[in-house]
Design a protein around this ligand. Sequence first.
Ligand code: ZN
Length: 313
Amino acid sequence: MKNLNLPKKVFIKEVGPRDGFQIEKKFVPTENKIEVIDMLSACGFADIQYTAFVHPKAIPNMADAAEVSAKIKRPAGVEFTALIPNQKGYERACGLGLKRVELTMSATDSHNLSNLNCTSLESIARLEECLKLGLETQLCAGLAVVFGCPFEGRPPYERIRMLVDRIVGLGIKDLGLADTSGVGDPKQVYDICARLVDAYPSVTFYVHVHNTHGAAVANILAAMQAGITHFDSSVAGLGGCPYAPGASGNVATEDIVQIFEYMGIETGIDIDRLIAAAKRVEEIVGHSDSATLKAGKMGHLVEGGPICQNNRQ
Ligand code: ZN
């Protein structure tokens, strides 16, 4: 019998405060952002992507990035990271003392042009310019729409490989692979991840999936079979992309934490604190996309079968 290829431990980067709040139509008050980030930083995450340093006209909800940075609690063991689109964002993040940022770009030119007003290769040139500055803040990269683009469909593997090759060639060791629109399927996710993991054994790939068509958890398991152990997810299943029409939220962090723990995979996350944070997020923004918030915490197996403890009582 063949066993599932399961790691002992996974690393979850919480991206809700960035990917989630960025898409909200109403401005999320700064004090609410800080409250949620503080709740999340007590959950056990090693990395919280808490904001983006982008032009406030492009993403109005991230206009308070500096104030949020100044006011959040910074418990030991939690790294607070951010998304940036370009050199200006990089310099702002460095000025605020961030240790690490993710420069975002897309696997297709159409998405890159609508999101960042330049081609994918021009974004890689921006990354190179940032690296040349020699600043202390470490640069990672994130590739959006790897598993499907709302404008171009699924990019060919050769295109993904060419972009990854150029990014890795610049010395980048951490690279996000995002299903920004949530249109990937498990076989495709497995195939792309397996080929990349084989080709770049020293690179840490983060898989970032949205749940537009309900395939997010299956895609995560498929990525895991390919050797991926690093995942992005979002509290309360918030998220979206302003330039990916119709995309829905990220996979909910509390959903995958529960599933991982039941599978015997360590996450290091306190599920009760995380569910409390998810409920607070739902109160603040008025919606969520989380099986855990709907169905409650998974019950423990006892005599007679599983008992659900409904958190909504
Ligand atoms: Zn996303």
